[in-house]
Design a protein around this ligand. Structure first.
Ligand SMILES: [Zn+2]
Length: 474
């Protein structure tokens, strides 16, 4: 279902329907005469080849990165003095003895540790609730901030996330009227820089979503939309999944138990089978133990938030290979969790790790913390992981390898491997020893271009006056 970006050969499509040429025995006398002036098949081939060449880009520039240290988060190992070649926005070679072509642009990162980009597996880039004027109360945010304003916020938040080293963000709803799709398209088409976005479109829930609106607001003013799509019956479930797919979702997000009745195991199986027809996975917002139990039984792809999870359910998740996006808010983000809640979160994360659950790094960082960028807020969540006693290599794996898997991108993007999209970051320290090294991202490459160098964003090459990578279908 995921449409890849148009390749540079796309303009050739316009050359292919050649006009029929008047040759062959069936032609009239006049046509045969004209044939003598028409180039023969060989000449025509040469002409077509020249035309094709004229439309091909000049040989793409090779970029060579000299990496002082290179981390493979999958194995938790580090190698030294590596060369990484990039061409046409993808990695083409990685290793210690790779020859650097003479005309290559060389980027010297010999003083840095290079590693694959980070993943935030749960964020809302088009949502920013704030102390003022809405008292950090997101129910008001969507009433006060228009979808267009939120789309602009999303672009800014995406840039801030990329600057902090997050090259992939799973953007899970509460994004107004499909602003998450617009953000993804804008990045994919080449208008603005940003992480690769795996977006959910509108969260699907039973009537009311996560809100408890008054009857007059819900019924007379349809106030729940576009934060939530109501789907209470099997027909509505199918329709809602298809609507999100139509409007550009790359994952389906559902509210498993936002209301006491919630979705049944059969409801969720229907979500999963309908989404699978379109190649999408289902992420479930879960807040109760019973909701989590039903979601796990139904075989959901990922459980969002940690409130409903316990030792027994973690064991089941590990058995069934269900991802955990626990959104573990650190106590250092004052006002966004409580001491009691934080202690439960830390204990739950430790238990999930001990049970070998597929744990991902996820933040739900959809609020404004004065003095911090959205990326800095997201990286602050490593505090919870450290408090849970999880070793740095395992934290890094949750932020990379497992993130590539939950987003279903691992075959095309993430690892620094020939053939994959060229995303990587560089930090001075060694995050395998000290995860706090990730707080100081000095270098970011996204899709083969340099986005940040020496700690300064240099995004010029990402801004274009047109859709340089083509107008994608949603
Ligand atoms: Zn969320």
């Amino acid at each position: 279902m995921i449409t890849t970006r148009s390749e540079s050969l796309r303009p050739l499509q316009f050359l292919t329907p050649c006009p029929p040429l008047p040759y062959g025995r069936g032609g009239t006398k006049g046509e045969r005469r004209s044939l003598t002036r028409t180039p023969g098949p060989t000449t025509r081939l040469v002409v077509v080849a020249l035309l094709l060449l004229a439309h091909l880009p000049a040989t793409a520039q090779v970029t060579a990165i000299r990496a002082g240290r290179l981390i493979d988060p999958e194995t938790g190992t580090m190698s030294t003095n590596q060369v990484i070649l990039v061409q046409d926005r993808k990695f083409t070679a990685v290793g210690p003895n790779v020859t650097i072509p003479q005309d290559a642009t060389v980027i010297d990162l010999s003083q840095l540790t290079v590693l694959p980009g980070l993943v935030d597996s749960h964020n809302h880039l088009s949502l920013t609730y704030k102390e003022m004027p809405e008292n950090n109360f997101y129910y008001l945010t969507y009433v006060m901030d228009s979808s267009p304003l939120r789309a602009i916020q999303a672009v800014s938040n995406g840039i801030q996330m990329l600057s902090a080293g997050f090259t992939i963000v799973r953007d899970l709803g509460n994004n107004g009227n499909y602003t998450d799709t617009a953000l993804r398209q804008a990045i994919e088409q080449g208008w603005v820089p940003g992480p690769t976005i795996i977006n959910s479109g509108i969260i699907i829930g039973g009537a009311g979503g996560q809100f408890w609106p008054t009857p007059e607001m819900a019924v007379d003013h349809n106030i729940v939309y576009p934060e939530y799509l109501d789907a209470d019956t099997p027909d509505e479930i199918v329709k809602a999944v298809r609507k999100n797919a139509l409007f550009g979702a790359r994952v389906i997000k559902i509210c498993v138990d936002c209301k006491p009745w919630g979705y049944s195991v059969d409801d969720m199986k229907l979500f999963i089978s309908e989404a699978a027809k379109i190649g999408l996975k289902v992420a479930g917002h879960v807040q109760t133990v019973e909701g989590a139990r039903r979601a796990i039984e139904a075989g959901i792809w990922s459980i969002e938030h940690d409130r409903g999870l316990n030792d027994e359910l973690h064991k089941l998740m590990a058995q069934k290979g269900i991802f955990r996006a626990g959104t573990e808010t650190p106590i250092s983000l004052t006002g966004h969790t409580t001491q009691t809640r934080y202690q439960a979160t830390v204990a739950g994360l430790k238990n999930a790790y001990d049970n070998k659950v597929l744990i991902t790094y996820s933040t739900d960082a959809d609020y404004y913390v004065p003095g911090k960028t959205r990326g800095q807020v997201a990286i602050e969540f490593i505090e919870t992981w450290k408090a849970a006693g999880i070793p740095a290599p395992a934290i890094l794996k949750a932020m990379t390898t497992t993130g590539y898997k939950i987003t279903t991108l691992e075959q095309t993007r993430g690892p620094i491997k020939a053939g994959l999209w060229a995303d990587l970051i560089g930090v001075p320290g060694n995050p395998l020893q000290n995860i706090d090294a990730l707080r100081d991202v000095q270098f970011v490459m996204k899709d083969g271009a340099v986005f940040k160098r020496n700690g300064v964003m240099t995004p010029e090459s990402y801004f274009h006056g047109g859709p340089v990578y083509g107008w994608n279908l949603r």
